[in-house]
Structure formats: structure tokens, C-alpha cells
Design a protein around this ligand. Structure first.
Ligand SMILES: NC(=O)c1ccc[n+]([C@@H]2O[C@H](COP(=O)([O-])OP(=O)(O)OC[C@H]3O[C@@H](n4cnc5c(N)ncnc54)[C@H](OP(=O)(O)O)[C@@H]3O)[C@@H](O)[C@H]2O)c1
Length: 220
């Protein structure tokens, strides 16, 4: 079987390293790598994984369009123009965009959809905690949770604390009871595993914009 060739933008970052380790464990070949100092392409990759910061996304969009190679975007804190750029790119190649590639968060999002419909007149509060190095605030995942609540008055509290990998909680307060739904990422490998699933999904597509929800639900 043909060995998958992959490229990672931000290959020396916390997430990039997990992706490289997991993909190399599978026997895949790293043929394109980009960080602040290195920009190296040995061969044309079959897929590009964007794990840099929001300032690397424009370059990745151009690269994916030039090489006509599918792209999985894990980077968060994207600008509206970058999201527009990815939508445009998806007319030519398959693109997956998600602020969170963990399976548990997909389950949390389903629960939030359900509980937000049932608890319309309860107070809602979202909180997220991440390591002190995280650049964007609130997290992309907190924004996804907020979008599912469909209310304008929802407060999002963000804390930056030590090396916490990612915690998200949504609380619904009624008169006499509180419902909390929480998720903690305990290893970054979980994101790399979701990215691997996304790569296997995207390689079967010709073009279009997809989410990790589509991957998990194996949307045709
Ligand atoms: N979607 C998800 O499931 C998920 C999960 C975790 C994290 N994330 C997101 O993934 C992104 C990366 O997170 P991280 O924790 O790995 O960050 P990080 O440790 O700071 O790594 C950032 C990477 O990007 C590179 N980089 C930064 N600026 C660059 C530039 N101008 N040109 C080229 N390369 C550049 C860095 O290179 P140097 O090593 O040279 O500095 C490094 O390799 C963040 O947006 C984070 O929110 C998403």
C-alpha cells in the first residue's frame, strides 16, 4: 500500500509534534515542514495539516491551492477573512476546519444542543481554562459551544492557568438546580488522533468544506 505523505505547518509546536509522532508511528512520511525558521518541502504531500498560529494560515491556504492538496486546519483564532479564504479554497480541494478534534467534545456539543433547547429560560454560563501559552481568547471550542446555545446574553469566562491542556464547562442554572456539562483534555494525543481520522476522511473527498462533526458522523 502507498505510504501517506504529509505536511505539517507548525511541526515544532505542542500540537504539531503530537501529529508528527502519531503519523510517523503509522509509517507515514513527513515531506513538508514549516515553522518560524524552517520551510522545507521534500516531495508533494497528500495532505497538509495546519497546526501553526493564526499568522500561518494565509500561507497554508496559498500552499494548499498551489499544490491542490487537501488541508486539515486545527489552528484556532482565525479571522473572518481567513475563514472566507478556506471556504473559497474548498471549491478546489477538500478542507476540514474544526476548533476541536477530540471525540468527547463532539459528544459535549450534542448534549449542549439538546439541553439548550430544553432549558430555554435557565441562566447559561460557559467557562474555559487553557495553558498560559494559548494565544486566542475565548477558545474556538467555547465559541462553538456558545453558537449552539443560540442566545445573546451568554457569558464566556476564560482563564489561562499553568499547563492545563483544555477544559470546557457549560452550566445551566435554574431556580433550585444547576446542570453542568464538562470536558477535560488530558492528553494532546487525543487531538492528533482526531486529526488522523480527519485525514482518512478527507482523502476520500474531491472538494468541499467539512467539520470534525462530519468526520465523526461519516457524512457522505
Ligand atoms: N483544533 C484542535 O483540536 C486544537 C487542539 C490544540 C491546539 N489547537 C490550536 O493549534 C494551534 C497550535 O497550538 P500549539 O499549542 O501547538 O501552539 P505552539 O506550541 O505555539 O506551536 C505553534 C507552531 O507554529 C509555528 N509558527 C508560529 N508562528 C509562525 C510563523 N510566523 N511562521 C511559521 N511557523 C510559525 C511555531 O514554530 P516555532 O517552533 O518556530 O515557534 C510552532 O511550530 C493553536 O491555534 C491552538 O489553539 C487546536
Amino acid at each position: 500500500m502507498k505510504k501517506l505523505k504529509f505536511g505539517v505547518i507548525g511541526f515544532t509546536g505542542k500540537l504539531g509534534k503530537e501529529v508528527v509522532n502519531l503519523f510517523q508511528e503509522k509509517g507515514y512520511k513527513l515531506v513538508l515542514k514549516v515553522n518560524r525558521k524552517i520551510n522545507e518541502q521534500l516531495e508533494k504531500p497528500d495532505v497538509i495539516i495546519e497546526c501553526g498560529l493564526s499568522n500561518t494560515v494565509d500561507q497554508s491556504i496559498k500552499l494548499s491551492e498551489k499544490l491542490l492538496v487537501p488541508i486539515v486546519v486545527a489552528t484556532t483564532g482565525l479571522s473572518p477573512d481567513q475563514i472566507k479564504g478556506l471556504k473559497h479554497l474548498s471549491n478546489y480541494v477538500p478542507v476540514i476546519l474544526s476548533s476541536n478534534y477530540s471525540f468527547g467534545i463532539q459528544v459535549l456539543l450534542k448534549l449542549v444542543e439538546e439541553s439548550s433547547k430544553k432549558l430555554k429560560d435557565w441562566d447559561v454560563e460557559i467557562s474555559e481554562v487553557h495553558h498560559r501559552f494559548k494565544k486566542d481568547k475565548p477558545s474556538g471550542t467555547a465559541k462553538m459551544i456558545k453558537d449552539l446555545v443560540h442566545r445573546k446574553d451568554v457569558q464566556v469566562n476564560s482563564s489561562r492557568l499553568g499547563n492545563v491542556q483544555g477544559e470546557h464547562t457549560i452550566k445551566y442554572g435554574g431556580l433550585g438546580e444547576v446542570l453542568s456539562i464538562s470536558h477535560s483534555a488530558t492528553s494532546r494525543k487525543t487531538f492528533a488522533e482526531g486529526i488522523l481520522k480527519s485525514v482518512n476522511y478527507i482523502l476520500k473527498k474531491k472538494k468541499g468544506l467539512f467539520s470534525f462533526k462530519d468526520v465523526v458522523e461519516n457524512k457522505k
